[in-house]
Ligand binder design. Structure first.
Ligand SMILES: Cc1cc2nc3c(=O)[nH]c(=O)nc-3n(C[C@H](O)[C@H](O)[C@H](O)COP(=O)(O)O)c2cc1C
Length: 193
């Protein structure tokens, strides 16, 4: 079981990371092989809609040739991909959005001269997020976007783990959040067995 975890927070003392730690501990306890990638440490250019990738069917084929190649490799090897970003302006952080855009074009060859393949068809996709508003108000739009993104990409969407940050007073590593994170990890594991 290979799981690619793409982590998009920009903060050092990150709520999302605190949620991810027990999630990853539980995945490791089940002997899952994790590839944890901190997006902010990479140089990833935004997609500039050149469309070159759309006519290259055997690989992501993005001519930018930056650190996105690490993510393309990780995702192609994975059975499950975890998008882990806090909510910024009802969606995700800017570097994480660049990753999502580069993946949705690099991996889905739908818009070239001829219709092409979906390179990540049938993989699983899970979402982990934290937000300031109540979950539906804060993370609902992001989740709906990811749900549609998964459908468009022929990925099996496994659901969302979301915890609210109430004015920086929420302890993200209390018994309740650790339990939620572990339960979510078990949901991911059972989908892969
Ligand atoms: C620029 C910015 C935009 C944000 N936008 C939203 C938002 O639209 N909705 C929301 O519920 N929370 C929003 N938040 C709150 C964060 O999602 C929340 O504090 C989150 O837990 C931060 O996660 P992190 O510590 O992992 O970076 C925003 C925070 C920042 C800094």
């Amino acid at each position: 079981m290979k799981i690619s975890i793409l982590y998009g927070s920009l903060r050092d003392n990150s709520n999302t990371k605190k949620l991810l730690l027990p999630f990853m501990d539980e995945l490791k306890r089940h002997k899952a092989e994790l590839d944890f990638i901190t997006v902010k440490n990479l140089h990833i250019e935004p997609c500039t809609a050149c469309w070159v990738c759309q006519d290259i069917f055997s690989k992501p084929g993005c001519p930018k040739n930056d650190d996105m190649n690490l993510i393309y490799d990780s995702v192609q090897k994975a059975d499950c991909i975890v998008f882990a970003s806090p909510v910024y302006s009802w969606y995700c952080t800017p570097p994480f959005k660049a990753v999502m855009d580069r993946l949705v074009y690099g991996m889905n060859k739908y818009y070239g001269k001829e219709p092409g393949p979906c390179l990540w068809k049938n993989k699983k996709l899970a979402l982990i997020t934290t937000c300031g508003y109540e979950i539906e108000a804060g993370a609902g739009v992001f989740e709906e976007g990811v749900r549609r993104y998964a459908k468009h990409s022929n990925l099996h969407y496994l659901g969302m783990l979301a915890v609210r940050d109430i004015e920086s007073k929420t302890a993200f590593t209390n018994d309740k959040t650790v339990k939620l994170a572990k339960q979510f990890a078990n949901k991911v594991i059972s989908s892969l067995e």
